[in-house]
Design a protein around this ligand. Structure first.
Ligand code: PEP
Length: 250
């Protein structure tokens, strides 16, 4: 039985005061769900230290990290720096980082292996663009991203990885994949995982859906057999909306 995982990706939003106020509003609304649902908030780096003591049982994630343990990488953050702040999760390979910062599957793979070796839970984002979907390339794109980003990962480590299927055309656009489209992609991902690793390991991996998830569409997406949670951008900025999505998973 896979425990649903609902994560809030705040992207480049919220000051420390806004972040703390968010938890004050959120925690009473989701207090009954902690047993059934794993809840994660992923603030910008600058708000992490303020969020940790305010977050109660909610896990804290980071939006990125560098694969090297330390050194001359101006502007970057290492795994041990994240652990030092009480971070447990790290988003890797988000489509915005792939598109705006040129991140390759190989670079994401290096980060993912460092995250696993450090004890962080990677949330690995994969997904096709609209052009790729229209060209019938969904399976090929997911295959390439999954095999590239998970190269050299041991089958025993796989269940620790969370995968977020985020079709690029659904991110921040208000256009959500239908439950059938999302389920089909999640099932392709799980099949690919069982081919690359083992069926047992693949069955344990949580696969989140991300792309314009809102209180109004969360329940039917989360009801699909291979959808084990959601990575939520825009709708995670308001405590009421994010709480409603958490409750939909409970
Ligand atoms: C995201 O950026 O991970 C995301 C899913 O954004 P949104 O929910 O705004 O589409």
């Amino acid at each position: 039985m896979r425990k649903p995982i609902i994560a809030a990706n705040w992207k480049m939003n919220k000051t420390t005061c806004e972040a703390v106020a968010f938890f004050e509003a959120l925690l009473p609304k989701i207090s009954g769900t902690c047993e059934q649902v794993e809840v994660v908030v992923i603030p910008p780096f600058t708000a992490i230290a303020a969020c940790r003591p305010a977050a109660g049982g909610v896990g804290i994630g980071a939006q990125n990290m560098h694969p090297e343990p330390s050194g001359a990488f101006t502007g970057e953050i290492s795994a041990s720096m994240l652990l030092d702040l009480g971070v447990s999760y790290v988003v890797l390979g988000h489509s915005e980082r792939r598109a705006f910062f040129g991140e390759s599957d190989h670079f994401i793979n290096q980060k993912l292996k460092r995250a696993l070796a450090s004890g962080l839970t990677p949330i690995l984002c994969v997904g096709e663009t609209l052009e790729q979907r229209d060209a019938g390339e969904v399976a090929a794109v997911l295959d390439r991203q999954i095999s590239g980003c998970l190269a050299d990962v041991e089958p025993s480590a796989l269940p620790k990885v969370v995968i977020a299927y985020e079709p690029v055309w659904a991110i921040g656009t208000g256009r959500t994949a239908s439950p059938a489209q999302a389920q089909e992609a999640h099932s392709l991902i799980r099949t690919k995982l069982s081919m690359l690793f083992t069926k047992e390991a693949a069955e344990q991996v949580r696969i989140q859906y991300g792309g314009s998830v809102k209180p109004g569409n969360a329940r039917e997406l989360l009801a699909c057999p291979d959808i084990d949670g959601a990575l939520v951008g825009g709708a995670s900025l308001a405590a009421d909306d994010f709480a409603a999505i958490v409750l939909a998973a409970g």
